[in-house]
Design a protein. Structure first.
Length: 382
């Protein structure tokens, strides 16, 4: 504001001086008229137009500056949150969480379809935030959305920006949730070959602009480097191993972490179908033994498990997710003969204070089992 006042004063002084000169010249021609040092109407209008244009320009510059500082702060928070992480899924979940929080996106996904087992991390933030990790070839439960979006991204290897997805004929048959209107899709490139995609969407059309794209391109290159390190095993060991458990009393007790887990396996025809109920019971017993005394694992519906983790905050939740996944991996190793192809898909969120816990479960169920999910959900008996 000090700079604005100084520039405004200078502009006003120039215009007033010009007006005085104009008046003096006029008086030289008409000696009987008094000296008028005020701004004539034309000069006064010009002055207001200049000041208004200047204020609009300064406001726009300040807005862009705030956005850039916010983006850089978000990027810094991403780096800080993952710099001591070794697990790639945990790193990706932290990145998705930070993007939802700091970049204003309503939906964010990291998709790696070319890996040995498809890895997809999705985060959605409508009335509350919920993250999902799965191995399905679908985004938001829609295989068509994933296929068309990645196909279009190959046509725009630099960055695919869709200002209004409802005006794109390729997606006419896709039923989108409210968080999808404007979409960004950035390929994650290794050796000029896409190995994954960073996807953002917002409920408003034309939400993303060039500054978003610049920062996200830097983030995409950063993710590509992390992917390379994890593929080729160049990671250094941690100085202090991260613990999957949280010491009792170290967290606020008015916080509940919610983890929803679904399990499926391939049948003889290559279809992904829900895991047998007996196997899920066995997994539940194994998970329960790995949890703290105040934590529990319950059945949620026919084939899902719900873990309730009192006192676990959003900062400590990724480590707990890793612990649950490692427990499942050990169970799978012990039952490799029968369940070699089994997989666990996870979704998680945090409910704090006076938030509606039932609403958290509704969001979890909707995100984990979208109505548009096209993969077969066959029953294998109890």
């Amino acid at each position: 504001m000090e700079i604005e006042e100084r520039i405004r004063t200078q502009i006003e002084a120039i215009l007033v001086n010009d007006a005085r000169n104009y008046t003096e010249i006029k008086n030289m021609a008409e000696d009987d008229e008094p000296l008028d040092a005020s701004l004539p109407t034309e000069e006064r209008n010009l002055y207001h137009r200049i000041i208004n244009s200047y204020r609009n320009a300064v406001s726009e510059v300040n807005k862009l500056l705030e956005e850039n500082i916010g983006s850089l702060s978000g990027f810094y928070r991403i780096v800080e949150s993952i710099k001591e992480k070794e697990d790639f899924q945990e790193i990706c979940s932290q990145i998705v969480d930070c993007i939802l929080q700091d970049f204003g996106a309503d939906y964010c996904s990291l998709l790696f379809p070319e890996s040995a087992d498809t890895l997809c991390l999705e985060g959605i933030c409508e009335d509350r935030k919920f993250l999902r990790i799965h191995s399905k070839t679908s985004l938001l439960g829609s295989r068509e959305f994933e296929q068309e979006l990645t196909r279009m991204a190959e046509e725009f290897p630099d960055c695919l920006s869709i200002e209004d997805i409802y005006k794109e004929p390729r997606f006419n048959n896709v039923d989108f949730p409210g968080v999808v209107r404007s979409v960004l899709c950035l390929p994650i490139l290794l050796r000029n070959t896409p190995v994954g995609f960073l996807i953002l969407s917002h409920s408003l059309p034309s939400y993303f602009h060039d500054n978003h794209i610049r920062v996200l391109k830097i983030l995409g290159s950063f993710i590509a480097h992390l992917r390379l390190l994890h593929q080729e095993g160049h990671l250094l060991p941690q100085i202090q191993p991260a613990s999957a458990s949280t010491p009792r009393g170290a967290e606020k007790q008015d916080i509940y972490a919610v983890v929803l887990m679904e399990f499926d396996a391939q049948d003889a025809y290559g279809r992904w179908i829900p895991l047998y109920k007996d196997a899920i019971r066995d997994i539940r017993s194994r998970l329960q033994r790995a949890l703290e005394e105040v934590e529990s694992v319950l059945f949620y519906g026919e084939n899902d498990l719900l873990a309730l983790l009192p006192g676990v905050s959003s900062e400590n939740l990724p480590a707990r997710i890793r612990g649950l996944r490692e427990t499942f991996n050990r169970w799978q190793t012990d039952h490799a003969e029968d369940h070699r192809n089994a997989r666990m898909n996870m979704g998680f969120s945090v409910c704090e204070g006076e938030e509606d816990f039932s609403r958290t479960l509704e969001v979890a169920s909707a995100v984990m089992h979208p109505e548009s999910e096209e993969e077969p959900r066959l029953s294998e008996g109890a």
